[in-house]
Design a protein around this ligand. Structure first.
Ligand SMILES: *[C@@H]1O[C@H](CO)[C@@H](O)[C@H](O)[C@H]1NC(C)=O
Ligand SMILES: *[C@@H]1O[C@H](CO)[C@@H](O)[C@H](O)[C@H]1NC(C)=O
Length: 230
């Protein structure tokens, strides 16, 4: 009797051990869904990243599983758009070590700050998720194309357009002045609009120049075309 009891106990115990041993290596991929939101994104268009500026993304994690998880870190790479394995740059990894509760949503920031020429690239962001048994799982946050653009590009374009108009106006004015001095009618004293003397015109142009330079922001005066490219 005594022996049978011990044997039974041992059998039950070993069965339990076996069950737990076989349970350990089987760890399901956590039920977590992730999405990334780009600043100033327009629905249906490729997200754009401004070169050299801090682009703050909002990463939303949703844990629909029964156990709590932990968001360890988010890493990122920039690759050629036609071959995501051809990595151009490694992005800064951010460590969060934040608990993502069961049946809950968590929003974390991820900042991309890189100098890059204006063009399309492949962006891959992967989060490292740790489950309750300390297993690590890579979860894709974003894996698609984005477009790099220059900062303040539109502002420089507007400035150039205004400069062209200004230059065209100056040349137009000079042309009319020359035409006016050459045509015989202009020599007669005009009643309505007296012609400017060369000195007056020079002064007027000088005044325009001063106004023009005031209007251009300080940091664009020296070399508006110089932009870092890599
Ligand atoms: C990115 O990082 C990986 C490993 O961390 C390294 O092998 C690779 O050379 C890096 N790529 C670039 C473009 O820096
Ligand atoms: C990202 O997408 C590219 C192409 O669409 C694919 O080759 C690559 O395996 C994907 N990477 C991940 C981590 O899903």
């Amino acid at each position: 009797m005594f022996n049978l009891k011990t044997t039974l106990k041992a059998l039950v115990y070993s069965a339990l051990v076996l069950a737990s041993v076989s349970a350990v290596p089987v760890s399901d991929h956590p039920s977590v869904s992730v999405s990334a939101e780009f600043p100033n994104a327009i629905e249906g268009l490729t997200p754009s990243i401004i070169s050299g500026e801090a682009n703050k993304l909002k990463v939303t994690f949703r844990n629909s599983g029964k156990t709590d998880l932990k968001v360890n870190l988010i890493t990122g790479t920039i690759a050629e758009p036609d071959d995501f394995n051809n990595v151009i740059r490694n992005l800064t990894s951010y460590r969060y070590s934040t608990v993502l509760k069961s049946d809950a949503t968590l929003i974390l920031p991820y900042t991309i700050k890189v100098d890059h020429a204006s063009r399309e690239v492949g962006l891959t962001l992967v989060a490292d998720i740790i489950d309750s048994t300390k297993n690590h799982f890579p979860v894709v946050v974003y894996n698609s194309t984005v477009t790099f653009s220059e900062p303040m590009q539109s502002w420089i374009d507007i400035q150039l357009i205004f400069l062209y108009i200004l230059i065209a106006g100056i040349f137009g004015g000079v042309g009319m002045f020359i035409k006016g001095t050459l045509s015989p009618e202009a020599k007669k004293p005009a009643k309505k609009t007296p012609a400017m003397t060369p000195e007056e015109r020079e002064a007027a142009l000088e005044k325009m120049k001063v106004l023009d330079e005031d209007w251009i922001p300080e940091h664009h005066k020296k070399s508006p075309r110089v932009t870092k490219r890599r």
